[in-house]
Design a protein around this ligand. Structure first.
Ligand SMILES: Cc1cc2nc3c(=O)[nH]c(=O)nc-3n(C[C@H](O)[C@H](O)[C@H](O)COP(=O)(O)OP(=O)(O)OC[C@H]3O[C@@H](n4cnc5c(N)ncnc54)[C@H](O)[C@@H]3O)c2cc1C
Length: 441
């Protein structure tokens, strides 16, 4: 039986291992930490179910396939209907975003016209265009500041001025390339549609950890926790040696700064590129609060803050409004994100007590939080999310070239071809397929 080693037990590595095992290969996952899941870290405390990293999933075809292969459909929890309502902070007040934002004065008439004009903008994305330049070229600066900037904060904790349009939002980039317009692309693009009966935004009973536990159970004793990998050697017979065992193929599913060390002996240039990827710091400050202490009705997914507002937080998710079972009856669970690219290293200087005070003061102004939170939990991510900065295509291309030159070695991780969990799962399906055809040659 062919043997495959997967280095890193986050969603990318675990999904690849699970799919390969189903195809009949012997899989070994080496995970450095004592728990599987990587960024996915659900914990339970005082009756609250807390997501310390990602909080929910957006449906996508391969993600639904995975849920069904794991027989997890019965544990899927759909987000509450009002999760579609998303707020943006504008001049210190929460504004619900939606079609009405174009008629109620949130966007100026200039932005409304720029949308009408968008299908007629003939220019095409030049090489190395940032998200900010793409949006101002096709729409305008106001749409960038009031809609895209907070969205980019919410997804990447990043800055649209230095993220690559092509790498960070490839679907939108391709719409312009293939249809000459985002609006025409949205209308005419043929894409595989996910099952309409599956909830759009979802999680699981017990949180996202349920997905990780199911994958870990399927992989069984092939999963080795607290087992870091320091190197990948090639043997004389062409196979690979990892942690003293022999494998026919190896998948690197670690963050890029670890991948850099693992492949450094084979490709110094790629190691430099991978080592240079920026992962900003982010703190997730979780408050459990008695509902009566919050003036605002929490009737949406949460709010994001455009950088023009100059506030010390990125935004807050009304997590128990989306998934009520996450908090005991009569309480709300709020997740506030602090840090990101613009904050640089400022988070290091703040103690947990300072973070708590800062978030409580912001939530008091924005949603009318009165008094102290009843429960506080803080998770600090020293290196949160890889930034696909302008020029990132060089990293992606170097990874693809490396895979071509080093038969049997693969990358499947969030620094390569998408950071969302559904991207990671889609890439795992592709990687497992490629390995299967490589090993059956
Ligand atoms: C705060 C936060 C919020 C997010 N919110 C969302 C969200 O709501 N929705 C969404 O879709 N995505 C979200 N994301 C992004 C998403 O969670 C990640 O992109 C995804 O989980 C990455 O999975 P991965 O397996 O590629 O990498 P990771 O999860 O980073 O896993 C890599 C694994 O490799 C292990 N490892 C490292 N070094 C070694 C070594 N030497 N040997 C062996 N193992 C090693 C690590 O311990 C880790 O377990 C969020 C991310 C963060 C940080």
């Amino acid at each position: 039986m062919k043997k495959i080693c997967i280095i890193g037990g986050g969603i990318s590595g675990l999904t690849t291992a699970f799919l390969l095992k189903r195809k009949g290969f012997a899989v070994t996952v080496y995970e450095a930490s004592a728990a599987a899941g990587g960024n996915i870290q659900t914990i339970r405390k005082d009756g609250f179910t807390i997501e310390q990293g990602p909080n929910s999933l957006l449906k996508a075809p391969r993600l639904i396939d995975l849920v069904r292969l794991l027989d997890l459909e019965k544990k899927v929890i759909a987000a509450a209907e009002n999760a579609n309502k998303r707020y943006i902070l504008a001049d210190g007040k929460l504004e619900a975003m939606g079609p009405k934002s174009f008629v109620n004065g949130y966007f100026s008439l200039g932005t409304v016209f720029s949308l009408i004009r968008e299908p007629f903008v003939r220019s095409k994305s030049p090489e190395n265009e940032s998200v900010a330049d793409f949006v101002t070229r096709r729409l305008n600066a106001e749409f960038l500041d009031k809609a895209i900037d907070p969205f980019v904060s919410g997804v990447y904790a990043g800055d649209p001025r230095n993220l690559s349009m092509r790498s960070a939002f490839p679907k939108l980039y391709e719409m312009e390339r293939d249809f000459g317009s985002l609006i025409m692309g949205t209308l005419r693009r043929k894409v595989e549609k996910p099952d309409p009966n599956f909830p759009k935004t979802f999680s699981f009973e017990g949180g996202l950890k349920t997905l990780i536990d199911a994958l870990a159970a399927e992989i069984g004793d092939g999963l080795h926790l607290s087992t870091p990998v320091g190197s990948i050697e090639t043997l004389e017979n062409g196979k690979f040696s990892v942690n003293g065992a022999e494998f026919d193929a190896v998948v690197v599913s670690t963050p890029s700064y670890v991948a850099a060390d693992l492949i450094g002996n084979r490709d110094e240039r790629l190691a430099r590129l991978l080592g240079g990827v920026n992962y900003p710091q982010v703190a997730v400050v979780v408050f459990g609060v008695e509902s009566s202490k919050i003036e605002k009705t929490l009737d949406g997914f949460g709010f994001l803050i455009p950088s023009k507002e100059k506030r010390p937080i990125l935004g807050t998710l009304f997590h128990s409004a989306v998934f009520p079972e996450r908090a005991p009856r009569g309480f709300q669970l709020l997740m506030t994100f602090v840090g990101g690219v613009r904050a640089g290293k400022q988070l290091d200087e703040k103690s947990d007590a300072e973070l708590k005070t800062l978030v409580a003061a912001e939530l008091s102004k924005i949603i009318g939080l009165r008094g102290e939170p009843d429960f506080v939990h803080i998770k600090r991510w020293k290196r949160a999310i890889p930034q696909y900065r302008v020029g990132y295509e060089e990293v992606t291309k170097a990874c693809a070239d490396f895979e071509k030159r080093n038969a049997g070695l693969y990358f499947c991780s969030n620094f390569y071809r998408g950071i969302s969990m559904s991207d990671c799962v889609k890439n795992a399906f592709e990687t497992a397929g490629e390995i299967e055809s490589f090993l059956s040659r």
